[in-house]
Design a protein around this ligand. Structure first.
Ligand SMILES: Nc1ncnc2c1ncn2[C@@H]1O[C@H](COP(=O)(O)OP(=O)(O)OP(=O)(O)O)[C@@H](O)[C@H]1O
Length: 584
């Protein structure tokens, strides 16, 4: 129960609703238990009439009054049972909502590394399935526990009042029932978890094949994927059948145990009536009703126990993430406006998850308003430099200074707010093109959006779509070409008018002519902004104030276009090669 303590703050938050819920439950049960008493006394009236103890008129009026009471008690119990669900189950929905928000908010502050070391499916599971299991504890488990306690307390008073011996015999099979249901519930849960796991494998497999459908089709491997799906599906079917087997045992077992209890009541009650230990025959009917009313709550004790165990395990998994601290911490509480001077002083960086040393002793200075181009082979560490400027990771050695302040001492949100980042792999949300561009600046007007799209040379493409800027993009923007996606992504960054602009090889899918036009616009737009362009093309780098060439995490060349084409090395080689390609 230690993990579940996390929920106490929510119980406290909704304490008034819960207290009302408890009262309502008690009232509902008290009224529900009137029925057996009234049925018992009705049978006594009938028996008295047949034994000539009362006259016909008295018999008739007493019976009618009893029937009216039964109807009245049932109506009141029904209304209060409805209200019981409306209070306690509603509270569980509120807590579920709060807990989901708490987890989501926490996910948002966790660092990139957390997302690298945990699978998306796991993150999703903890916020959906695990929260769902915890809700069963704060809702149904709590409600059934109050229900059972109240029902037992009230019923016991009534039963002992009628016959203590018969009460003992009636209650005897109930603990056995509870233990059996507990064992069965555990088995059901175990098998349900196995079914859930197999379902999630099945859906992950289908999701992946749908996302990669073009690869599957172009390689003609549909039959192979069909067989694999069929195999996974068959495995799932078998697991579902195994689950159904134990589920099917649940109700027959209940019926069997209720039957045994009823037999005991009839036999022991009958014997006691014959021997005169029970005065009225109606008591036997009353006890039969108690058995039927108490069996389900007793069965729920076993069920509730296993619900609590599951909730405990789920909450433990949730707490594990909630307790995870972000690797990147914001130490400056005050906002720190950024001008845009960037300096790397002997920076070395090792990725914590792979231990790859991506940067080795890298130093450069970039004054605010100037442009730096970074070139180098794949895997040489270009994107890593951009990630470090956005403080997606903290460095292991050296110093990164922004406006002469160590990056970790700046307010994290001010730093990121001042950056417009265009990633290598353009990611667009399943939303309209307009909203995807506005993502960079929520209060942007339609004119701002159009201007940004024009500067990114994507406006003409957008207005060619039937719905123009309102065109909805599918998952990962599948309706756009690679180059169009890159340009929408550029528009998203420049609309923000940030002080620092980071372009990570974001013109790779654009033809050289469009690239030229975009670069021309960027020269105007980035005049007074610190800009870093990562590229594999000399054409993107040549206008930069400084160019650095990376190899294996180290700077091997640096200078400007003029100086570098006059020095033998990677840049000159690339320039000559790309120039001859252009001439061809
Ligand atoms: N998130 C990461 N976790 C672990 N290792 C990484 C991560 N990102 C990059 N690396 C490794 O760090 C090295 C530098 O990668 P980086 O992405 O900075 O290269 P790059 O020059 O931008 O490459 P490209 O031109 O292909 O984009 C590579 O060896 C890469 O495998």
């Amino acid at each position: 129960m230690k993990a579940l303590k996390h929920l106490n703050k929510y119980f406290l938050k909704y304490r008034y609703r819960l207290i009302i819920g408890v009262f309502i439950t008690i009232i509902a049960k008290v009224f529900a238990l009137f029925t057996p008493r009234l049925v018992g006394s009705s049978i006594n009236v009938i028996s008295d009439y047949f034994n000539d103890k009362i006259a016909y008129e008295a018999f008739k009026s007493e019976l009618i009054i009893n029937v009216l009471y039964i109807v009245g008690a049932a109506v009141v119990a029904g209304i209060f049972t409805f209200l019981m669900r409306q209070t306690i189950i509603n509270v569980s929905r509120y807590i579920e909502y709060d807990l989901k928000n708490e987890i989501y908010k926490h996910y948002q502050i966790l660092s990139l590394n957390f997302y690298k070391s945990n699978r998306t499916g796991d993150l999703m599971n903890r916020i959906s399935e695990d929260v769902g299991k915890v809700r069963m504890y704060v809702g149904p488990a709590l409600m059934y526990t109050i229900n059972t306690i109240t029902l037992f307390a009230v019923a016991l008073i009534y039963m002992i009042d009628r016959s203590p011996t018969l009460t003992l015999y009636t209650l005897l099979p109930l603990p056995i029932l509870s233990v059996i249901i507990y064992k069965l519930s555990r088995l059901i849960n175990k098998r349900s978890t196995i079914v859930q796991q197999s379902l999630s494998t099945l859906s992950t497999y289908s999701q992946e094949t749908f996302s990669g459908i073009s690869v599957i089709k172009s390689y003609g491997i549909e039959p192979r994927t069909n067989i694999e799906f069929e195999n996974l599906s068959a495995e799932n079917r078998q697991k579902q059948i195994n689950l159904t087997k134990v589920q099917a045992l649940f109700f027959p077992l209940m019926i069997l145990l209720i039957g045994v209890s009823n037999l005991i009541v009839i036999y022991v009650g009958g014997m006691q009536y014959m021997s005169g230990k029970i005065d009225h025959i109606g008591t036997i009917a009353e006890f039969i009703m108690y058995v039927n009313m108490l069996t389900w709550p007793v069965a729920t004790v076993g069920w509730v126990t296993s619900l609590i165990q599951q909730a405990e395990a789920s909450q433990e998994r949730i707490n594990e993430f909630l307790k995870t601290e972000p690797d990147i911490k914001n130490t400056a509480k005050e906002l720190t406006p950024i001008k845009g001077d960037i300096e790397f002083k002997n920076v070395s960086f090792v990725y914590p998850d792979t231990n790859i040393e991506a940067l080795k002793d890298v130093s450069f200075t970039l004054k605010s308003g100037k442009t730096l181009a970074i070139l180098g082979k794949t895997g040489s560490g270009k994107s890593t430099i951009l990630d470090l400027i956005g403080r997606l990771y903290d460095i292991n050695k050296g110093e990164i200074l922004i406006d002469n302040t160590i990056i970790s001492e700046l307010n994290l949100y001010s730093l990121r707010e001042s950056i417009g980042y265009v990633p290598q792999d353009a990611f667009l949300f399943s939303d309209s093109i307009k909203n995807n561009i506005k993502f960079g600046k929520e209060d942007a007007t339609d004119e701002d959006v159009i201007e940004a799209a024009k500067n990114a040379k994507v406006h003409k493409n957008i207005i060619d779509f039937n719905k123009g800027y309102d065109t909805i993009l599918g998952e990962r923007g599948i309706t756009l070409s690679g180059g169009q996606k890159q340009r929408v992504s550029i528009a998203r960054a420049i609309i923000k008018k940030p002080d620092i602009l980071l372009f990570d090889d974001c013109l790779s899918a654009v033809d050289t002519e469009t690239e030229e036009k975009i670069l021309k616009n960027l020269v105007k737009l980035t005049k007074d902004k610190t800009t870093i362009i990562v590229s594999h093309r000399v054409s993107s780098a040549k206008n930069a104030d400084t160019i650095i060439v990376l190899e294996d995490g180290k700077i091997i060349e640096s200078g400007n276009h003029e100086s570098l084409i006059n020095t033998d090395g990677y840049y000159k080689e690339l320039y000559t090669k790309q120039l001859s390609e252009k001439e061809m």
